[in-house]
Write a protein that binds this ligand. Sequence first.
Ligand code: SF4
Length: 279
Amino acid sequence: MTISKAIDNARVGLSKSLMTTPCERKGFYSETVRDAEGRRLSFPLPERVTFGTAVDEAITYILWHDRQGDLWTAEEAVALGLAAAQRQQGWDLVEDKEVFGIQLRNAVNLYLTSTDGLERIQRLYAEGLTLQGNDGVSLRAGDVIGTPDYKTSRRVGDLKTWGRNDGERKFWKSPEMGLYAFLYTAENGALPETVFYQAYIRVNKPYWLWLEIPATADLVEYGKQTADHWRSLLELGRPELFPFDTTYCGDCPFRDPMPEVGHDGCAVGRVMPREEIAA
Ligand code: SF4
């Protein structure tokens, strides 16, 4: 058995995913526009997201078995990663599926040979490493919810696939790790000692990277402030109050009206020239 990484579309609450949406207005729509059964709508995501899903699935399978001393194989990891990608709506957007498979195999092979890959995580087994929150159970603090890929008695971390290495700025560019540190602190009554990213840098010569910094009260406060911001705005429920970023209008599924679910379209995205946002 491995852990399901699927997110429940009916889930409510201030999820980490919601609060790290680059266009906040899109985040508002993704949270509030729901189908007749109360589920969030799902859409095809870009190839880089599908690739990240495949890598996540493959690595989670390896770690789940390796941690327990069970047998596992790289072939099975790649097969599971590929199957997870094929289940995504975004699979149709993957132009060269053969190259996708080769790149996934490469990511797994590098994970097994890099000092920042499997070897690095194995050192955390002694700290009681759990995967996907508490082995599949998300962390919660009141209405805030999130599922870090890694958690131990001393640290919290996440597995990533990035197109470049932004270094330690990454911990502050997005509130993601602040939110995880906030959730960890709420659950444990104390700060984690460190927060970390284990990232596959998908460039011409790809590699695995380990970034780790001390967890501070400032980082936790960053997470808390982010949650307070989103809670207040969502309570008002007015899309025009949510900041927007037109960088993401080109493939935003909420740009146009969807009368079948009572969505009027995004007032900003609708007025963007089509040729501009498609570029
Ligand atoms: S259409 Fe553009 S501004 Fe509107 S929610 Fe989508 S990304 Fe944001």
